[in-house]
Write a protein that binds this ligand. Structure first.
Ligand SMILES: *[C@@H]1O[C@H](CO)[C@@H](O)[C@H](O)[C@H]1NC(C)=O
Ligand SMILES: *[C@@H]1O[C@H](CO)[C@@H](O)[C@H](O)[C@H]1NC(C)=O
Ligand SMILES: *[C@@H]1O[C@H](CO)[C@@H](O)[C@H](O)[C@H]1NC(C)=O
Length: 180
């Protein structure tokens, strides 16, 4: 996977919200969120998630895909910190090691999602799709690590967060599929 210079990434990230809010300021029909989410697997989750972002009423479909990816970034970041704090307080060495690995997986997910945001901003929708697909795999890797140690329990809260991140990635992929 090609690596992107951090300065370029920062530049693109800083431009993205501006381009979303200035390109199509008033032209969207009021139910674009509903119509877009109607094409996804998790309609209610999609509407609630997109509506939680103040930029969504002004966003076009590409903007909505970027909002889904940004929510996923925020969730992945939050979960990597959460896994790190669980690892920190774990006394069992295997549990501590696995939770440390899970922390890394969520950091990898966040990185892939940032690449996706970058690709969306340059209308490289195929790459955007591939990066979100990769991001959606990382939470599974954490679950699978726990399966290798049957005496350890996959924490309920990690399972809940895995599901939220996978759902966010799913709706992001389905919205990206509408682009191009
Ligand atoms: C959602 O899709 C269904 C079937 O494709 C359609 O009948 C319905 O009107 C759509 N609803 C919205 C809000 O777009
Ligand atoms: C994670 O995503 C959910 C669903 O969109 C959202 O409600 C929640 O605020 C997000 N959490 C964080 C920490 O970003
Ligand atoms: C994750 O998000 C929750 C609320 O959604 C917040 O209470 C918590 O502090 C966040 N955790 C981290 C590690 O950012």
């Amino acid at each position: 996977m090609a690596s992107i210079p951090p300065y370029l990434l920062l530049l693109l990230l800083s431009l993205l919200p501006l381009s979303i809010s200035t390109q199509h300021p008033t032209t969207n029909s009021p139910n674009l969120i509903q119509r877009t989410c109607n094409t996804t697997t998790y309609y209610d989750f999609c509407v609630a998630s997109l509506q939680s972002d103040p930029e969504s009423p002004k966003a076009d479909v590409r903007g909505l895909s970027a909002i889904a990816v940004r929510l996923a970034i925020s969730n992945a970041t939050n979960t990597s910190s959460f896994a790190a704090s669980l690892a920190h307080s774990a006394t069992d060495p295997s549990l501590r090691a696995i939770l440390g690995a899970c922390t890394d997986k969520y950091i990898n997910a966040r990185r892939a999602l940032r690449w996706s945001l970058d690709a969306l901003s340059t209308e490289s929708y195929d790459y955007a799709f591939v990066h979100v697909s990769a991001a959606a795999e990382y939470p599974h890797v954490c679950r699978v690590l726990f399966r290798r140690y049957p005496r350890l329990t996959y924490p309920r809260e990690m399972a809940r967060r895995e599901e939220v991140l996978v759902h966010l990635c799913t709706i992001a992929l389905e919205i990206i599929s509408l682009l191009g």
